[in-house]
Ligand binder design. Structure first.
Ligand code: CA
Length: 233
């Protein structure tokens, strides 16, 4: 179970975050002010820190600097509006990612998953296995039936994002957030192009899918083929 520390002074947003992240299976603790949260972190580090930059008792960037002085914990910052400067400052100060309010819970959850894949935490070490497909987040390599797949960076990240949630339909929006770090705008075409490249490397087609199943208008599902012995060769 992934432990998440939420620091957010707006009680409504805080409640929504705690509820939404708990429902997604995370262990969530929350604080409305920064300094008690820092104290808590020092006593027991969470797997992820979700930090609102506008706090009543201390500047969020200052708090982030204090956290970074003592800890490598992955940090997602939340900013009140699309304030480029605040986002740049936060990333420079050691934040791993950010969300802009108002944000949806799905986006926050997707960013947390992406961060855990990239930066450590529980989910990272073990290779993911789906049928004859093996995806190793640590070495950033993938194999199909023992044969190494030559994947470009985004192709690998797309495959990893899908393999992290086998048999689940992952929406294109989620993929845009997790793989391209772009929650806005319709870049469906980007996903479609990468999917077709990935399909080719997996030796399948959209018309005759084996691992990659497009669910029209919704997203993509990665699943083991019914007959894993037929590896398409
Ligand atoms: Ca605030």
């Amino acid at each position: 179970m992934v432990s998440i520390l939420v620091v957010e002074d707006d009680p409504e947003i805080r409640r929504a975050l705690v509820k939404g992240l708990t429902e997604r299976g995370h262990a969530v603790e929350s604080f409305g002010t920064g300094l008690p949260a820092l104290e808590r972190m020092l006593a027991q580090a969470p797997d992820v820190l979700l930090l609102d930059l506008g706090l009543p008792d201390i500047d969020g960037l200052q708090l982030l600097a204090m956290v970074r002085a003592v800890s490598e914990v992955p940090v997602v910052v939340a900013t009140a509006q699309d304030d480029d400067r605040a986002i740049v400052q936060a990333l420079d100060a050691g934040a791993d990612d950010y969300v802009v309010k108002p944000f949806g819970l799905d986006q926050v959850a997707a960013r947390i998953r992406a961060i855990l894949r990239r930066g450590g935490g529980h989910d990272r070490a073990a290779p993911l296995v789906v049928g004859d497909l093996q995806v190793d987040p640590r070495t950033r390599t993938a194999q199909l039936a023992g044969r190494p797949l030559e994947l470009a960076r985004k192709e690998f990240e797309l495959l990893l994002a899908l393999a992290s949630r086998p048999n689940e339909v992952v929406t294109k929006r989620e993929l845009l957030v997790e793989v391209w770090q772009q929650p806005y705008g319709g870049a469906d075409r980007t996903i479609d192009v990468h999917l077709s490249w990935l399909r080719r490397k997996l030796g399948e087609t959209a018309a005759q899918p084996r691992y990659l199943h497009t669910v029209r208008g919704v997203g993509v599902r990665l699943a083991a083929p019914a007959d894993p012995a037929d590896d398409g060769s």
